[in-house]
Design a protein around this ligand. Structure first.
Ligand code: GLC
Ligand code: CA
Length: 531
């Protein structure tokens, strides 16, 4: 299926292209730029972060109407035109669906909080104070502070895993499920090719709302350091096993429409636990849970190999792996690893067995942008200093014109673009044969052309010296195979037993070279050899 062979490109609508000159990206802007993902890159699908009606407290992840477009981004007609224009170019459109919480301005919540006897009261999680007073349990909000907000008018607390203006919907109520499935069908009927489900493992919590255990000893952090939130083991406030029943239902809704794709944002790093989200058999879970293991990996060949091998081994036969190196919640790839290593990482992403999802701008090597305090916008960063996500959400640089072509001259973009936007822009990189953008385009073409790369087997090579991660991609029916050799060190390395023609290299100067019988790798260099 296309989501196995293909590549997904994430577009953050706030920052892709401003179409009406207010300094904020919008859907008409995205439509104007569709040739870029479709032709310049040649990816198979775009995933758009939310563009629904929203007060934008969490930049669209606080939805006030699941079936309409926020005026900042355009109109429902623009969304329909975007889907049509993408399809005309052979590009699929995956929408972001936010099931766990709505905005507190959603009419459902407005009704729910209006009185204890309102029919929508139970659409959210309301509880009396604990016996001694205070919140009903010890759960914490990801964005800082308790996960409970006191409602003076009705004398109860409501649950919010994120901001207080993002109350958690009660998925144990069948009416809620029906309403959410209707919203999904609204978009499927309009041609959406699938959904990325926002923090979907949060929808099911412990029905008894038991306290989360307190972390005893701080072990090695699995994800980034989340501050106070890390003081609890998040055992009961998300990921209750009943979530799999919900995913089964979601899948049934989506499978009524052929060829659609579902991927869940699920922050679980333990490979077997993550793999459970594929379900027990075809159609029983999501098509894929996002696999974030490489996002948090230290830059060591052995560690990357271990994480890929482990994940590859636990993906069930009816499933298909996937890999992620960046998104709108994480520091930019090029800043996490450095610009040279970002190329090596991109080569890995685009040659592994599994669907790659590329975050817009990572193909340009955009760095994390330093945002001056007075321009910071992300509520997380404003509440927990250091955890702001604005730096990876900055406007896309397209060319050397004013504001790098993102918005008109004289208009201030909603976030600063960062230094050297013109030189990093799409236009500038297209002119430079050895640019990161041209490397990514080359790898995307190679992946599309070669069955071994888009659907072949994967086997790590034990012959690779320390500091090098090398693997073979091959197809059983005898087509060409490829060795991908990645030097994670700043020293020269030699990989024995690899001979053939170089078909890609991170420096963009070795293609066509005969390599072997020992493959020489420069510092921070990655090479793909047809063997
Ligand atoms: C997900 C989104 C993130 C958002 C959060 C709450 O993690 O990716 O951007 O803030 O959910 O909806
Ligand atoms: Ca705009």
């Amino acid at each position: 299926m296309w989501w196995e062979d293909g590549v997904v490109y994430q577009v953050y609508p706030f920052s892709f292209q401003d179409g009406n000159g207010d300094g904020i990206g919008d859907l008409p802007g995205v439509i104007d730029r569709l040739d870029y993902p479709a032709e310049t890159l040649g990816v198979d699908a775009v995933w758009l972060s939310p563009f629904y009606r929203s007060p934008m407290d969490d930049f669209g992840y606080d939805v006030a109407d699941y079936c309409d477009v926020d005026p900042i981004f355009g109109s429902l007609g623009d969304a329909e035109r975007l889907i049509a224009e993408a399809h005309r170019r052979g590009l699929r459109v995956i929408l972001d669906f936010v099931p766990n919480h709505s905005s507190s301005e959603h009419p459902w919540f407005v009704a729910s909080r209006s009185s204890r006897s309102n029919p929508k009261r139970d659409w959210y999680t309301w509880r009396d104070p604990a016996p001694g007073g205070g919140p009903p349990n010890n759960w914490l909000s990801v964005f800082g502070g308790p996960a409970w907000e006191w409602d003076e008018a009705t004398g109860q607390y409501y649950l919010h895993s994120f901001l207080a203006s993002q109350p958690d919907l009660n998925w144990r109520n069948p009416e809620v499920r029906r309403a959410m499935y209707d919203a999904m069908r609204f978009w499927l009927d309009r041609g959406a090719d699938g959904f990325r489900f926002d923090v979907v493992h949060y929808v099911m919590k412990d029905p008894g709302l038991r306290d989360d255990p307190v972390v005893e000893a701080s072990g090695p952090g699995v994800f980034k350091d989340l501050g106070e939130y890390d003081s609890l083991v998040h055992l009961h406030d998300k990921g209750h096993p009943d979530v799999h029943e919900v995913l089964r239902e979601i899948r049934r809704v989506v499978d009524a429409y052929p060829g659609r794709y579902t991927v869940g944002e699920i922050h679980v790093l333990e490979p077997a636990a993550l793999a459970a989200y594929y379900g027990r058999s075809e159609g029983d879970g999501l098509h894929m849970p996002f696999n974030f293991t490489l996002l948090y990996a230290p830059w060591e060949a052995a560690e990357f190999r271990r994480r890929v091998d482990e994940f590859d081994a636990v993906v069930p036969a009816h499933g298909w792996p996937n890999y992620v190196l960046g998104n709108h919640d994480e520091p930019r790839l090029a800043t996490r690893f450095g610009p040279g290593r970002a190329r090596v990482a991109m080569m890995l992403l685009l040659t592994l067995r599994g669907t790659p999802t590329i975050y817009y701008g990572d193909e340009l090597g955009l760095p994390e942008v330093e945002i001056p305090p007075e321009r910071q916008q992300d509520p997380w960063g404003l509440r927990v200093p250091g955890l702001g996500r604005d730096g990876c959400r900055t406007p896309m640089p397209w060319d050397r014109s004013a504001n790098a072509g993102f918005c008109p001259e004289g208009v201030e973009p909603w976030l600063p673009q960062g230094p050297a936007a013109a030189e990093r822009s799409v236009a500038a990189q297209l002119e430079d044969p050895s640019s990161m953008l041209n490397l990514v385009r080359h790898l995307l073409r190679l992946r599309r052309r070669e069955p071994a790369l888009h659907r072949g087997e994967y086997r790590a090579l034990d012959e690779a010296p320390e500091g090098c991660y090398a693997f073979l991609r091959s197809v059983a029916d005898g087509g060409p195979g490829f060795v991908v050799a990645l030097n994670f060190t700043d020293r020269e390395l030699e990989v024995p037993g690899v001979g053939g023609e170089v078909v890609a290299d991170t420096g963009m100067h070795r293609v066509g070279e005969r390599a072997g019988p020992v493959l020489a790798l420069g510092p921070d260099e990655g090479v793909v050899v047809a063997v």
